[in-house]
Design a protein around this ligand. Structure first.
Ligand SMILES: Cc1ncc(COP(=O)(O)O)c(C=O)c1O
Length: 449
């Protein structure tokens, strides 16, 4: 029996949770979404706030009309909501971008100095977005993970010692998008600061799921830079956040230039604006900022400690059930006391991860993700395969690509949805042969069947 505590009121906050989706059988069922780590559905209040604001939407910053002034005020005020949400002091500036990926690319451009080849320390457990943008501009080294995929703090310290004053930035995910492990970011901050370096936390999987404290009473523990995406916290409309010290960002040359970034321009003179305007070229995403503030208000109303605790119960419950499914291998430490967000990676032995994901969708209406989740180096470690094997497999379309199935919960998921998943996985595991045969040669999408 699943625990009965799940509050229907949280489901009521989310748009689309009762949508019916078609199955391969021709029947339809209420969709179950366990792919929240990729993108969450929107809060109803976010969509309502956008509808309410839209008649007032206008050009911002230099318009004198009432609507322009209102739009400008809401856009500028939104930065304070963001700062407050992550408990940042006012020395940090909030720069809006499209998503986390753009934020990493932007910061890598801003910190790049062609005359100084510095070191970026990142880790083996990063999303490609916190790896690739650094590669062409810096010497990049990777802090290793253990056999369970957990970050080695000993290796972090060894690498801080090794590179010392050459380190430009240490950049580490707050929570893994594959194993869900939270990294001990405050201990890491203390260590990084001891070496005189700065810490960037990839908050894409952490900020939507747990309280975040960027500026602490004891500044040794401060997180210097933070990045996250609104679409992973119930607020679509294409906005992401880069927060960091104004004192540093004001010294960086903008990587994208044009309207908004400058104070004075003549044919032979430019005076750049201060940040954040300096780093927000072109017309800003006002609607995105309204959506983000709306999502922050909704999350604050629930309380981030509640969000964390609801999702922890769902995760522990799911792990306890998944453990009993025959032939199912989980690729992370499954103890209850592990500090994690609500993400679980697994495979069913003898059946390809992409096929498991397809069967869950076509036969049960359950959405999950499969593959390498934009973190191929980490998947290589977790699957205990070689990089050469991965390359050879991915290069050859005729061969199955290595990967996993990933489930990830949002605050609106329920124990009974997990029961349906567990029943489905038990069936898939026990009837592997039947399903492999049924879906053999099936290249169709759900729209073709
Ligand atoms: C840990 C992590 N970092 C960065 C990203 C990139 O986020 P976005 O797709 O919003 O740019 C993701 C996306 O899944 C992620 O999980």
């Amino acid at each position: 029996m699943s625990p009965k505590y799940n509050s229907p009121s949280y489901r009521d906050l989310i748009l689309g949770v009762n949508n019916k989706v078609p199955l391969i059988s021709g029947k339809s069922v209420t969709a179950i979404n366990f792919d929240n780590a990729a993108t969450t559905p929107p809060f109803k209040s976010v969509i309502q706030d956008i509808i309410d604001f839209s008649p007032w939407y206008s050009s911002i910053h230099r318009g004198e009309g009432y609507k322009s002034q209102l739009s400008t005020k809401l856009y500028e005020d939104s930065r304070n909501f963001v700062r407050k949400f992550v408990n940042s002091n006012i020395d940090n500036t909030v720069i809006y971008v499209k998503n986390s990926t753009e934020a990493f690319n932007k910061l890598s451009n801003l910190l790049y100095d062609p005359y100084k080849k510095g070191v970026i320390l990142t880790t083996d457990m990063e999303h490609h977005s916190n790896d690739l943008p650094w590669r062409d501009k810096f010497i990049v080294d990777y802090i290793t993970v253990d056999a369970d995929g957990r970050l080695s703090l000993d290796d972090l310290e060894a690498k801080l010692n090794k590179y010392n004053e050459y380190i430009i930035l240490v950049t580490i995910t707050g929570a893994s998008n594959i194993t869900g492990y939270k990294n001990p970011i405050y201990d890491i901050a203390k260590l990084v600061h001891k070496f005189g370096s700065k810490l960037l936390v990839d908050g894409a999987q952490l900020v939507p799921h747990a309280p975040f404290i960027m500026s602490n009473k004891n500044c040794e523990y401060n997180i210097d830079f933070l990045i996250f995406s609104a679409h992973k916290m119930y607020a679509p409309f294409g906005i992401g956040v880069l927060i960091g010290p104004k004192s540093i960002l004001d010294k960086c040359m903008p990587d994208l230039v044009g309207g908004g970034t400058v104070d004075i321009v003549t044919h032979d003179f430019i005076k750049w604006n201060e940040s954040p305007e300096r780093h927000e070229a072109g017309s800003p995403n006002v609607i995105g900022s309204i959506a983000l503030v709306s999502a922050i208000k909704a999350l604050n109303k629930i309380g981030m400690y509640n969000v964390e605790s609801i999702e922890k119960s769902l995760t522990n419950y799911a792990i306890s059930k998944l453990r009993n499914i025959p032939n199912l291998e989980i690729y992370c430490d499954t103890s209850n006391d592990i500090d994690r967000v609500s993400i679980i990676p697994f495979n069913i032995c003898g059946i390809h991860h992409a096929l498991v994901a397809k069967i869950l969708s076509y036969e049960w209406g359950i959405s999950v993700r499969s593959g390498c989740f934009c973190a191929q180096p980490y998947v290589v470690k977790l699957l205990n395969i070689s990089s050469e094997f991965l390359i050879e497999r991915i290069k050859n379309p005729a061969l199955y690509h290595p990967g996993m199935v990933r489930i990830s919960f949002g605050l609106y998921n329920t124990f009974s949805e997990i029961d349906i998943l567990v029943n489905a996985l038990n069936t898939i595991s026990l009837r592997r042969g039947y399903y492999i045969h049924k879906y053999e040669n099936m290249k169709k999408t759900i729209f073709d069947v």
